[in-house]
Every structure is written in C-alpha cells, then in structure tokens.
Design a binder for this molecule. Structure first.
Ligand code: AMP
Length: 507
C-alpha cells in the first residue's frame, strides 16, 4: 500500500516522501482513513509503530483543508503527552509533515521558562502539543484558549496515569469543547485506561496494532542471569563482547542512572544520563549528543526516556529488570522501531527473577538466556527477613548520605560571608528545582522508583487494580461515565452526523 491510497493531500505526500517514507505502517493504514472521516479513535499501540504520523498526518490534512489562513491562527488541535521529550518529538514530526502548508504549530512543556512559549502562543498556533502541567498553568494564566478546539489527542494514556496526571486530565476534559474529535492512544489497555477512554471518546474505532502483551517482533530478547554486585562488570562485558556502538540503558532510579553513566565513563565508555532531576536543557543536550553519536551510552529512567525516538537504535539494556511487566514492553520498544532490527538485553539479579517470570507471562514468550560463564547468578533471592534487614540497611545508608551532605555543606560555609557569594547559585538552583518540581513530584508518584521499594510499589499497583476491580465502585463509575456520555451524545449516530456536519469549517 502507498500513502497516496489513503487519500492524503499533495502537500503532505510531498513531505512524507521527503522524509523517506514510502509505505504507511499498519497503524497508519488503519487510523488515517478513520481520522479523516472524523471518527474517534481508541488506539492500542506501542511507540515505534508510527503512531505519531498516524494521528499527525490526518490532523494536518483536516486543518489544511478547512482552516481560514487569513487570520490569526486558533488552536484547532491539542495533543497532550506525558513527557517533554515526547512533546518535543511530536512537534518536530508535525513540523516535518506540515512543511508545505501554512499550518502553525508549537510545543509547550515545563522545566523551562515560559516566555518563548507564551510569545509563540500570542502569535497564534493551529496545532499545540503539550505536557499537562504547563498546559494547565498557561490556561490558568489566560495565554491559551481551547474554545475553538476541534481535535483532542491523548497520547500515551497509560503512562499519563502512571505518572499521576489523572487529575490534570480530568481538569482538562472540563475545559475542552464537548463537540470535538478525540483520539486516544495507549500502549497498554488495563481497566482504568479503558474507563478513562470511555469518558473521552464517542463511539470510537478501535485500532490495535500489536497485542497489548506482545513485544515488537523485530526485537531479539536476551537475559543474563547474574548477581547484583556483578552488574557493573557484566555491563561493560556485554558492551564490549557484543561490540555495541550505541545503547540506551534503563535504570530504575535517578541516582542509579547517574551511577551507571559515571562508572562507564570512568571505564572509557562515553556515557551520559537523563532523568527528572536534570534541567530540561541538560536533558535535551544529552539526547542530542546521543542521537548524533557523540555519546555511546545513554542511561535513562523510564520517565525521562518515555517515547524518545532514536533512529536506528539497535540496543536497549535493562540494567535493572522493571517490576511492572508493561514497563518492560515500553522499554524494549525503544529499539527495533518502525521495522528496524533491535536487541533488548536484561540483566537479572536474584531479586528480579520473579519480575522476569511475570514479564514472560505477559509477553507470552520465554526470553532467551544468554551464556554468562563469567558473571553467573550464584546468589539466592533474599528471604523475607533478609529483605527487611536490607531495607533497613538501605535506609541507614540514605540517612548517612544526607547527614554527610548536610555536614559538608555546613563545613563549606553556611555563615554570613558565604551567603552573599552563594546567593546567585542558590537562586538558580532554586529556580531549577521549582521548574522541575512538578515532574519530580510525578516521578515520585510513580510505582517503580528509588523512593519506593519494589515490593511496596507492586503492592500499590495491585491495590489500585484491586480497587478498580471492586465491583460496587467500578459499577458506579462505569454507570456514571455512560450516563455522562449519554448526556453528551444523546444518540450516537445522530450526534456523529451532526458532529461531522458542523465540525469543520467553523468560525
Ligand atoms: P512513532 O511510533 O510515532 O514514535 O514512530 C517511530 C519511528 O518510525 C519514527 O522514527 C518515525 O519517524 C518512523 N516512521 C513513522 N512512519 C513511518 C513510515 N511510514 N515509514 C518509515 N518510518 C516511519
């Protein structure tokens, strides 16, 4: 199949061919015609399947066809996505696909000053890509009006909820017009996501390009069973033995990401890290250097790496096996994108054996065990008592670390004379902290972070699932949501027709 068979307009076809795309990916084949018919979409697709273009192309096409370009642009499409990196990437895609049109687009996200973003908004945009926090901030400040919105996209909905954005989404849903086209994408479709989608979508077309539990077919998967203490050496061994030119490594924690990157750099492998504690420009710089091949290894936490699109990335390494199987699917989806070959390697310590078993259950496959004579797994998983002891020890070390840091700071001079000299530094630091506060808060809320031990986070997760599966509340909720949708769309067929008739072109 060719893009031209999907009734895509000339300016877009030209842009696509300049990008080197010849054939639409499966999700594009399925989604583009339906979106052009102004249907709502419930898309179950991982990143790497071409889903950005699947929604961006028909959005651009609709605006290009129906918009009046002789006035200040109104926001006609809003794409909400959980992370800044993903937002920037989506906007870059929109820029490429809309280059032969007069469409104006922009991206807003937290962690940076708002001035430039506000300037662009003041000049007017047709397509706005945003992370939830900054979007609501700028709406509150009166810089964004969504009253003329026609298309609403919620991207990576499962991550959005994982990151604690549910209340932001609910607030947003109250602001955007009820008469709109909605496109909803999620890599996984647990119950809470389906429920959320019910409150947003009207009679959607369901598109699923890869089953929830399956990983991209083009990705080879291996596991190295090892001991916790052997991981640093094993990592270096894997990189050298496999002659890995570029690799994205996942750690569970922000400190862990820094530690791994530091150690590798010391060992002569150029590495940098990205995570929520780093300022946005540092993250962008690290990502850029990695994309351009200046850095061989990028170590990232799940949130920071969410959705980042690195062309032809062949290797992903799980330095720690994630304790949520869906996270594994997300992580390894960074490689083998759009049909490229990829390899995902997991380094599994005894405590993570159970996590790996759960992952294999979810993906319905056994992951191939790599030969590992040098650093084999010889330890046994901890007993409950040992785990408790270990948690205590971890806590003690943490306290010791912070106490030492505090003592060091005081020694360096908390007195009057130094206050003046450090003032600017402190203010900058304070600003940085403030700007990344929201994200850190969200990162803190996640289920598999440093601050929460694995067991705890798993309990949280299952608690949440249990809650949503408790019959009375779920019944109540689904009843409410169906009532709500009934209120909004009295007769689905009729409202569909109305919607199609009056949606575009509009003042
Ligand atoms: P996404 O799932 O949107 O993150 O896209 C994954 C990657 O596939 C990105 O690098 C896109 O630029 C690329 N891509 C999207 N559509 C196509 C296509 N039809 N042909 C080739 N590459 C594509």
């Amino acid at each position: 199949m060719k893009f031209s068979e999907l009734k895509i307009a000339e300016p877009l076809l030209k842009a696509l061919s300049e990008k080197g795309y010849t054939t639409p990916t499966p999700i594009q084949q399925k989604a583009i015609p339906s979106i052009l018919e102004r249907k709502d979409i419930l898309g179950c697709a991982q990143t790497g399947t071409g889903k950005t273009a699947a929604f961006a192309i028909p959005i651009i096409q609709q605006i290009n066809a129906f918009e009046k370009f002789d006035r200040k642009p109104l926001i006609r499409a809003l794409i909400v996505t959980p992370t800044r990196e993903l937002a920037i990437q989506i906007d870059e895609n929109i820029k490429a696909y809309s280059k032969h049109t007069s469409i104006r687009h922009s991206v807003i996200f937290g962690g940076v000053k708002q001035g430039k973003q506000v300037d662009q908004l003041k000049r007017g945009v047709h397509i706005l890509t945003a992370t939830p926090g900054r979007l609501l901030d700028l709406i509150d400040q009166g810089f964004i009006s969504l009253k003329d919105l026609k298309i609403f996209v919620l991207d990576e909905a499962d991550r959005m909820l994982d990151m604690g954005f549910i209340n932001d989404i609910k607030k947003l849903l109250k602001i955007i017009p009820e008469k709109r086209q909605s496109l909803f994408f999620s890599a996984t479709m647990p119950d809470n996501i389906v429920k959320l989608s019910n409150t947003i979508l009207n009679n959607p077309i369901k598109i699923e390009v890869t089953p929830v539990s399956s990983t991209a077919e083009t990705i080879k998967q291996f596991v190295y069973y090892t001991n916790r203490t052997s991981k640093p050496e094993l990592l270096l061994h894997i990189i050298k033995e496999r002659n890995i030119e570029q690799v994205l490594i996942f750690t569970r924690t922000k400190h862990g990401a820094d530690r791994v990157a530091r150690r590798l750099t010391k060992q002569g492998v150029k590495a940098s890290s990205i995570h929520g504690d780093k300022a946005q420009n540092q993250r962008q710089k690290a990502l850029k250097m990695f994309k351009e091949g200046d850095v061989r290894v990028l170590v990232a936490t799940d949130i920071a790496a969410r959705g980042i699109d690195i062309d032809k990335l062949q290797y992903v390494i799980n330095y720690e096996v994630p304790n949520m199987p869906e996270t594994y699917v997300h992580r390894i989806g960074r490689s083998g994108r759009a049909g490229e070959n990829g390899t995902a390697i997991s380094m599994c310590e005894p405590e993570e054996n159970i996590d790996l078993t759960n992952i294999q259950k979810l993906i319905g496959n056994k992951i191939e065990v790599a030969e590992n004579e040098k650093f084999p797994q010889t330890d046994k998983p901890m007993t409950e008592a040992e785990k408790k002891e270990w948690q205590k020890e971890k806590q003690r070390r943490k306290q010791e670390f912070f106490a030492n840091r505090k003592a060091g700071k005081e020694k360096r001079g908390g007195g009057k004379s130094s206050r003046g000299g450090n003032n600017r530094k402190n203010t900058t630091k304070k600003k940085q902290t403030e700007t990344s506060q929201r994200e850190n808060r969200n990162e803190g809320r996640r289920k598999d972070t440093d601050s929460k031990p694995a067991e705890h986070s798993k309990t949280n997760h299952s608690n949440q699932e249990n809650k949503s599966s408790q019959k009375p509340s779920s019944n109540r909720r689904s009843k409410n949501s169906s009532n709500k949708s009934k209120r909004r769309f009295k007769s689905t067929d009729a409202s569909d027709k109305l919607k199609n008739k009056f949606m575009w072109p509009l003042e």
